[in-house]
Design a protein around this ligand. Structure first.
Ligand code: C2E
Ligand code: CA
Ligand code: CA
Length: 564
């Protein structure tokens, strides 16, 4: 066992050595005659025990312990203080400062000393174990297990405290949000292990390229967040963002594959009174702008985005209030047969109470998806639509009119949606065969089994499935074959183009022929004038919907039309 004896008095050192020799055990003893010598001996050698005189000329035992602690050496070595001082508080102070035990000089006997050494060693062992498991628990709570970077919770807390202390910092606090551009494709094409490999390699590149900043976090998925403080200008923020983007210049590696990728970054600078939540939202909006404009790019949250941010914030408030108080309405737009002589269906379209914001359904539906409110809101919409539809059936003799309800892509991740619709239909005594659910192609793009399963269950209950907004975005023929689709709604942009565009007319005709061949019905959206009607009839589109026939209206107005 290696022992360091630190004492300025020769006699005292001899006394301790004598006691150790007499114990009959083998000790390797080194001596230091001052605190200074003691500290340098500890930094050079590994000791099991330090026997430390409390009273030395330049430094007392407590100061010695402090110095040890700040130098972060001597983790596994037990420290026993030796003193003439009988003050009881001293023992407590020494233990608090990191000593394991304290021995009075006149009690230094062989037996006492050996007992004290054994005890202290056991104590330090236990202390180290405890601190190790504390560290592990802390790591688990603060770190992302895949990349070892901080997690969202830690990040938000750390950013919050940085913002609280912002006044004492020079320069700006900058938050950046980074999203990998083609991550979904990597996962889809090479599997999740490939995605994981990219995330890990990216994290390790960050750690080696940016040693100076401690606050990097993986927020989830392929989204990373960074905080840099003391930034003096937006230009220096851009330089950092460029450095982040260059970590994508080299390919990532997975098995034999070389994976090339890029990223988009949103940047925001701290202003007074911003919260961490605000900063993350702003960086998120800027990141989406970067993605939209051009991938592999960094964008600032600027004045224009600020207005957008403020609007989004207000929409969020209105939306939350509407959901909480169940204060929203459903309007109904009629859908006509091909000749335009009879209403055969009606589409339910949600409306928020009138306000100065005048947020469009497209805006607040997207907001509710982003805020993960759509699951709840979507179910409330279904319930209210069925309730009003039942009212329409009761007040008119039109029990063959179908009801179309829009579903957001996130809603069809919910396998229980089919049974929810069935329950509500039963409650309002509505025939499920008269219900159509409208889904957009983006919902099918994810191409996952849950989406397919959810749609199958909905269909098994008797509902029909309509593919909405066909002809915008990705229109893929394979969706028509892979999903149980009964109706295709031809988007208004397509109908709009048919005026003065022979090609568009021919395409409309071809599309309907193809769809009807595979037993899919068609509805033209955005039929706004006689000319549209004529073109759709010529193209043999089965049903017509648009302002020419009627705008979305309150249920009472539709009842009036149907009763007249
Ligand atoms: P959508 O499903 O394509 O709904 C049709 C939209 O086109 C409606 O806008 C309707 O008012 C509008 N429209 C109908 N005929 C014409 C026309 O002749 N010309 C023009 N220019 N527009 C016409 P709205 O109500 O503003 O809804 C916009 C979008 O918001 C909807 O597009 C749908 O994606 C979403 N949405 C609306 N209500 C709901 C809902 O209850 N749930 C979900 N998930 N989404 C909804
Ligand atoms: Ca629709
Ligand atoms: Ca549509």
């Amino acid at each position: 066992m290696n022992i360091l004896l630190v004492d300025d008095e020769k006699i005292d050192r001899e006394l301790v050595k004598e006691a150790l020799y007499c114990s009959g055990k083998r000790f390797d003893i080194k001596e230091a005659t001052s605190a200074q010598d003691g500290l340098s001996a500890i930094s050079q050698n590994a000791f099991d025990i330090v026997l430390l005189d409390y009273q030395m000329p330049n430094q007392n035992g407590l100061q010695f312990l402090m110095a040890l602690k700040t130098q972060n050496i001597c983790e596994h070595c037990a420290i026993i203080m030796i003193t003439n001082n009988r003050d009881e508080d001293l023992l407590v102070n020494c233990i608090n400062a990191g000593a394991q035990d304290l021995l009075l000089k006149d009690e230094v006997t062989s037996t006492q000393l050996v007992r004290c050494i054994k005890q202290s060693q056991r104590r330090i062992e236990l202390q180290n174990k405890l601190s190790k498991s504390y560290q592990q628990v802390k790591e688990l709570a603060e770190r992302d297990t895949l990349t070892g970077l901080f997690n969202r919770r830690y990040f938000e807390n750390a950013l919050t405290s940085l913002l609280v202390n912002m006044r004492s910092l020079e320069g700006y606090i900058v938050v950046m949000l980074l999203d990998i551009d083609n991550f979904k494709m990597i996962n889809d094409n090479l599997g999740h292990s490939a995605g994981d490999a990219v995330l890990k390699e990216f994290a390790s590149r960050l750690n080696s390229n940016f040693r100076e900043s401690p606050l990097f976090a993986r927020l989830g998925g392929d989204e990373f967040a960074f905080v840099f403080s003391g930034i003096r200008s937006s230009n220096s923020a851009l330089t950092i963002a460029d450095r982040l983007l260059t970590t994508f210049e080299e390919p990532f590696h997975f098995e034999d594959h070389q994976i090339y990728s890029t990223a988009s970054i949103g940047i925001t600078l701290s202003a007074s009174k911003t919260t961490s939540e605000d900063m993350l939202k702003q960086a998120d909006i800027a990141m989406y702008k970067a993605k939209k404009e051009k991938r592999n790019k960094a964008c600032f949250f600027d004045e224009a985005l600020e207005a957008e941010f403020y609007r989004l914030f207000q929409i969020e408030n209105e939306l939350r209030l509407a959901i909480k108080t169940n204060n929203f309405d459903i309007f109904f737009q009629p859908i006509f047969n091909q000749t335009g002589t009879a209403i055969i269906a009606t589409e339910a379209l949600v409306r928020l109470p009138k306000s100065d914001l005048n947020a469009s359904p497209a805006e607040f539906i997207i907001a509710s998806e982003k805020l993960r409110l759509i699951e709840t809101f979507g179910r409330m919409i279904i319930q209210k639509s069925l309730c009003k539809y039942a009212q329409l059936l009761n007040c008119t003799a039109c029990d063959t009119i179908a009801l179309s309800i829009n579903l957001s892509p996130l809603q069809i991740h919910d396998l229980n949606l089919g049974s929810f619709i069935a329950e509500q239909a039963k409650l309002y005594q509505v025939d499920l065969n008269n219900i159509i659910v409208e889904v957009t192609e983006t919902a099918l793009l994810e191409n996952n089994n849950i989406t397919l399963e959810t749609l199958k269950v909905i269909k098994e209950h008797g509902c029909k499935i309509a593919l909405d907004d066909f002809g915008t975005g990705f229109s893929s023929v394979s969706h028509l074959l892979n999903y149980p689709i009964d109706i295709v709604k031809l988007d208004k942009s397509l109908i709009e183009r048919t005026i003065d565009d022979k090609k568009a007319c021919a395409m409309l005709q071809g599309l309907t022929t193809m769809l009807h061949k595979i037993s899919i019905e068609t509805i033209a959206e955005g039929v706004e004038c006689e000319a549209h009607v004529a073109i759709c009839q010529k193209a043999n589109v089965s049903r017509l919907q648009g302002y020419h026939f009627g705008k979305p209206m309150p249920i009472e107005s539709l009842i009036k039309i149907l009763s007249s």
